[in-house]
Design a protein around this ligand. Structure first.
Ligand SMILES: [Zn+2]
Length: 301
């Protein structure tokens, strides 16, 4: 029986107050949600190790890495990240970034793999931003190329927020293509210029949104043939998301993920998925939304 490879670590959760917009338990909530499903017998779980510094240095400055390691961020640097500091936050940042990289290597071997985390796309080379400490997408893309696993990477980011940090870190790299499909009027309010940016008007609903997804895939297919796709399937496009402003239904998220995964699986391009953003006071609902990408990935194995 073919299995879906997923990467996860029990230390991913982030200690935050229950009132915080960021649901600190969302990683274990999702993992236990998946574990409770029948299909979990078709999943093969591996745990990442800490990211080695030589890999981290390809995406982040030495000074910044040391600040995270040694708890030396200034108050203003911490405010940018907007998560309370804790040793766990530091430790899990070194783990989670490697979870995406490990999932990517598994997807090169098996065609598709999913990370129960990742999508920290606001982290820049020198600083963290918007709940993101290190940038797993840029880290993975840069290391896969540097270590000669692939020649080119498409980072396809469908989180409701633009992956400004990913664009900043990868912008000068000639064979990393960043494509972001995001709300035109949401954080980050200063948008970056990536390889391909698609702005979706606030309160757009399924039909328009999915037509833009299809259109964007056509454009990608016309322009490049990447060796791997890193797909950020953020569910903050959902109509009732705490930080989103689109009007996408649960069925719309399923359709989006299916259209995207099918597009690349048909061409035999390996795909790695990360969960990206999703915000809700209802933790079990949030877990079930983040589980969609795993359910759709299971259709593809
Ligand atoms: Zn987001």
């Amino acid at each position: 029986m073919n299995k879906l490879n997923i990467t996860y670590h029990p230390d991913y959760d982030i200690p935050v107050s229950p009132k915080h917009r960021f649901v600190g338990t969302k990683f274990s909530d999702l993992f236990y949600y998946l574990k409770g499903q029948k299909f979990f017998s078709k999943c093969n779980v591996t745990n990442p190790q800490n990211a080695p510094k030589e890999r981290l240095l390809r995406a982040h400055s030495s000074i910044y890495i040391d600040k995270i390691h040694e708890n030396k961020l200034s108050d203003s640097e911490l405010r940018k990240i907007n998560l309370p500091w804790s040793q766990r936050l530091s430790d899990r940042s070194f783990l989670a970034i490697e979870g995406t990289y490990q999932a990517a290597k598994l997807s090169l071997e098996y065609g598709i793999a999913c990370h129960v985390g990742g999508g920290t796309h606001h982290a820049h080379r020198e600083y963290g931003f918007g709940f993101c400490v290190f940038n797993d997408l840029a880290y993975t893309a840069l290391n896969l190329i540097e270590e000669n696993y692939v020649k080119s990477v498409l980072i396809l980011d469908a989180d409701v927020h633009q992956g400004d940090g990913t664009i900043d870190i990868c912008q000068k790299h000639p064979s990393i293509y960043t494509c972001s499909i995001h709300s035109e009027s949401n954080f980050p309010f200063e948008k970056k210029q990536g390889w391909l940016d698609v702005s979706i008007p606030a309160r757009s609903s399924d039909e328009y949104y999915l037509s833009q997804i299809i259109q964007t895939l056509k454009e990608i297919d016309n322009r490049i043939s990447p060796d791997i796709v890193l797909y950020d399937g953020g569910v903050d496009i959902f109509k009732d998301d705490g930080l989103g402003n689109l009007n996408i239904s649960r069925e719309g998220i399923i359709q989006r993920d299916r259209i995207i995964l099918e597009n690349f699986r048909k061409k035999r391009v390996p795909v790695t998925t990360v969960i990206g953003g999703g915000y809700s006071v209802d933790k079990s609902e949030l877990a079930s939304r983040h589980a969609i990408i795993f359910e759709v990935a299971l259709e593809m194995i």
